[in-house]
Ligand binder design. Structure first.
Ligand code: 6GU
Length: 245
């Protein structure tokens, strides 16, 4: 997978050199290139923003550097072919979730455009739609200063789904949100710690009993902590919900 990021804060993306994604990059599983939007300005001050037409608070990102940056990204000789997916992080975008992570993991080429200030001139997304599949994406219902943190979160969620990035493929399937339930609680040695015992069933060696216990824990936790995840299924499985304390 190829990932391009356009930002005025390239250093903000430095964590993509670390850990799982850093290793995946070095292994050639994902190719991440960060572009500085200011490299696509033409004035001495490398200006990327201006005051909003119509008045109002804050500054708006100018369209010209964005137009040049996206054209550069799209037409680089080593870029993959086809229509890239352009993701524009915005609190007003489509809420990012595990289903969208899977959707993006199937794409050969993601381009992120990180807005700052009050946003990017509206015409940039309109014009980009001629060459990119454009999606506004949000991490959730709160306001960040810019798209960079969203790029870190989305890139991590997507990259770990790529073949070979996470060592143990099973650990992907058992994850929270992969099947709509939260994970069961986990324990390791010692069997007693500060007087607290590991649930006896986990020491029993009875694999069927362990699987049943874990499934029950997942249902109870999801009902207690994230009942919104259960509501679509609650009509279909009233018996399982009834046991939740
Ligand atoms: Cl993707 N961007 C910004 N600026 N704020 C956000 C967000 C994204 N998601 C939640 N808040």
């Amino acid at each position: 997978m190829r990932i391009d990021v356009v930002t005025i804060f390239p250093d903000y993306l430095a964590p993509l050199e670390l850990s799982l994604i850093g290793r995946a990059r070095r292994a050639g599983l994902v190719d991440v290139v960060v572009h500085d939007l200011r490299d696509f300005t033409t004035d001495r001050h490398r200006t990327v923003d201006d005051t909003p037409y119509g008045g109002g608070a804050g500054m708006v990102m100018k369209p010209e550097p964005w137009g040049r940056a996206l054209e550069h990204v799209r037409t680089r000789p080593e870029a993959p072919g086809g229509r890239p997916r352009l993701l524009l992080p915005s609190p007003g975008g489509r809420r990012f979730d595990q289903a969208m992570a899977r959707e993006l993991a199937a794409e050969p080429w993601l381009v992120f455009g990180c807005g700052r200030y009050e946003g990017i001139d509206e015409r940039v997304a309109e014009a980009a739609a001629e060459h990119f599949d454009v999606t506004l994406v949000s991490l959730g219902d709160y306001v960040l200063n810019g798209g960079e943190v969203a790029v870190l979160a989305i890139t991590e969620a997507v990259a770990r789904l790529l073949p070979g990035v996470v060592g143990n493929a099973e650990s992907l399937v058992e994850e929270s949100h992969e099947d709509g339930l939260l994970e069961y609680p986990v324990y390791t040695k010692p069997a007693v710690w500060q007087g607290r015992e590991v649930p006896a069933v986990l020491l029993s060696g009875d694999h069927a009993a362990i699987a049943a216990w874990r499934h029950q824990q997942r249902l109870e936790r999801t009902a207690a902590r994230r009942p919104d995840l259960l509501s679509p299924a609650s009509a279909a499985r009233p018996d399982e919900l009834a046991v939740v304390p």
